[in-house]
Design a protein around this ligand. Structure first.
Ligand SMILES: [Zn+2]
Length: 227
């Protein structure tokens, strides 16, 4: 027993002194190389199959085997046109809230008078009822027309239209003043040629009156000044 161990131990302690045949040393390496080569070949085969199955965009960097030039994406065209005008919407709303139009736009016959064109709409409301600008804008002028509109306000809007508010009891804005949407500009009254408290409301495009009911409740696109 002891002799067997003694004989075995030196063999373990000095394995480097024992000459190793060249084939023994090379063989494991060669076998390992072959094994890995085989695996690599299998993996390469899988990769080729994957490439074949993959869409063109994924395999785009693989040089084509048949000599054809690989397809190129068309160049991205530069945006040469300047951006269009920046626009926004302005809304037109009823200048007197809670009271209906009681006299329409168009031809009408008043008692004891010849038929004539009504250039706006009338909204009957008690004297002192708030009058709001129909849309944002700038006060063109204010004034007093004893035989007609009475105390009135005229406002220019960014869409090119203007509005007129007549028979007012009070005017709360000045010529040139900028007005935001929904701003109160005066009070309903009975000034000028009027038979009872009401607002006479006109909408003009250019120098012609248009039917206010075609404008109220609508949005208009206006260009935003960029300079
Ligand atoms: Zn009127």
């Amino acid at each position: 027993m002891r002799a067997t161990i003694a004989a075995f131990l030196p063999a373990l302690s000095e394995p480097k002194t024992e000459p190793t045949p060249p084939m023994r040393r090379l063989l494991p390496t060669a076998r390992s190389f072959l094994t890995h080569s085989g695996q690599a070949a299998v993996m390469a085969g899988v990769a080729v199959l994957a490439m074949a199955a993959a869409p063109l965009s994924v395999a785009g960097d693989i040089p084509p085997a048949d000599g054809y030039a690989k397809p190129e994406a068309p160049p991205v065209a530069a945006v040469a046109e300047p951006a269009g005008p920046v626009t926004r919407l302005i809304a037109f709303a009823e200048p007197v809230r809670g009271y209906a139009i009681n006299s329409a736009f168009g031809m009408r016959r008043l008692p004891g008078a010849a038929a004539r064109h009504h250039d706006g709409v009338d909204i009957a409301a008690p004297t002192g009822t708030s009058v709001y600008v129909a849309a944002e804008g700038r006060v063109l002028r204010t004034g007093y027309d004893a035989g007609g509109y009475g105390r009135f306000i005229e406002v220019a809007h960014p869409n090119g239209m203007s509005t007129l508010y007549g028979h007012l009891s009070r005017v709360d804005v000045a010529s040139g003043e900028r007005l935001v949407e929904g701003e109160r500009i005066g009070l309903v009254g009975n000034t000028g040629r009027s038979t009872g408290p009401h607002l006479h409301f006109e909408v003009r495009r250019g120098d012609r009156q248009v039917n206010p009911t075609k404008v109220l409740g609508r949005d208009f696109e206006v260009e935003v000044a960029t300079a």
